[in-house]
Design a binder for this molecule. Structure first.
Ligand code: NDP
Length: 335
């Protein structure tokens, strides 16, 4: 929890207007935190989300729109049935959701989508949710170049492409919020999880550095670290795993027989957690005062082992850099 007496981003910016504007949001956030207040109010906020064909992205698109946001729900490979269903829902319920194409693997697709969104939003977007992601499992040694590239291209370079496209607008506006969806496995290592942790560790590092560098620009970065939730990530992962398994040599297949046999066998149905936890956490953080939003939020009803690591890392970072020339940036984000 951020300490209000120490250096924070609002003090760093020392903007009276910003403070005044933040007060209603601060009161709303406090009520939501107590669980007794109204739903977060996202009226007037424009939100761009990647990976809205299923899971947290799809649920978030609807949730933020029901909270009043102007939502730009993106997915790859349009036209597709998920896009038509979301458009039909928006039309039926009067939700401000625009569905458009964005493939995080393509510079051109990202630039085209962000340009279209900014034009429709009448300027910089307020909130980016970098949600699109994939898993490919198995031992590290069996991850070939193709699987490794796809994992990093989707989970690391994908979000980077999107924040590089939106940041010039946010910096010009001197405001904005970026959510990057990492994972519990952005802090912890599970055997046979492929390069998933490697990609999410990279995303965590890039996000934290970005958060420091964006302090003077009035832009907040929050890393969401979900535990296991029953979305389509498991069956999607099985598809990528089958493709990788088909490319394996007999030597590798036999060398890791048990772990290779386990690749692609989970469909997520054994998990009884509610994927709405993630959009709810994002909406709550989005309505916090600018400059006071947490750098990291672990999300799972029971298991959040990464919280201890988050704390040790923040304390270490503060002890290491707090008294240096970088101190104001680091303290603004971590205290
Ligand atoms: P889903 O598989 O349901 O959703 C993932 C979304 O990402 C889909 O819409 C998928 O689209 C999209 N996507 C994949 N590749 C691309 C691409 N190249 N361009 C655009 N979109 C793409 O999984 P979740 O909702 O669970 O995952 C969302 C995020 O949450 C991911 O970053 C994941 O790593 C993370 N996460 C999930 C956890 C869980 O337990 N569910 C736990 C921890 C983190 P398409 O349908 O076209 O494949």
């Amino acid at each position: 929890m951020r300490k209000s007496t120490n250096m924070n981003r609002r003090k760093f910016l020392a903007g009276t207007a910003l403070l005044t504007a933040a007060l209603p949001a601060a009161q709303a956030a406090a009520k939501v935190a107590q669980g007794s207040g109204p739903d977060p109010d996202l009226t007037g906020k424009s939100i761009l989300i990647t990976g809205c064909s299923s899971g947290f992205g799809r649920l978030g698109a609807e949730h933020y729109a029901r909270l009043g946001a102007k939502v730009f729900a993106t997915m790859r490979n349009l036209p597709r049935v998920e896009a038509e269903e979301l458009r039909a829902l928006a039309a039926r319920d009067g939700l401000d959701i625009t569905v458009l194409e964005l493939d995080v693997l393509s510079d051109e697709s990202v630039q085209q989508a962000v340009a279209g969104v900014q034009e429709a939003a009448g300027g910089a977007i307020d909130i980016l949710v970098n949600n699109a992601g994939i898993g490919i499992t198995g031992p590290v040694e069996v991850q070939d170049a193709e699987a490794t590239r796809l994992a990093f291209e989707t989970n690391v370079f994908g979000p980077q492409r999107v924040w590089q496209a939106v940041l010039p607008g946010m910096r010009a506006a001197k405001t904005g919020q970026i959510f990057n969806i990492s994972s519990q496995l952005g802090r912890l290592i599970v055997p046979s999880a492929g390069h998933y942790s490697a990609t999410k560790f990279a995303l965590e590092a890039m996000s934290e550095q970005l958060a420091y560098e964006l302090v003077p620009h009035g832009i907040d970065v929050t890393v969401i670290q979900p535990g296991g939730y029953p979305t389509k990530i498991w069956v999607n992962r099985n598809r990528y795993n089958e493709e990788l398994k088909a490319r394996l040599s007999d030597e590798l297949r036999e060398g890791y027989a048990q772990l290779v046999a386990q690749m692609g066998t989970e469909d997520g149905t054994g998990r009884n957690t509610d994927p709405m936890d993630i959009p709810r956490a994002i909406a709550e953080i989005a309505t916090m005062p600018a400059g006071d939003r947490p750098l990291r939020r672990a999300v799972h009803p029971h298991r959040r082992p990464q919280e201890g690591i988050n704390k040790v890392m923040a304390d270490t970072q503060l002890a290491w850099l707090g008294g240096s020339g970088y101190g104001p940036w680091v303290k603004a984000v971590l205290t």
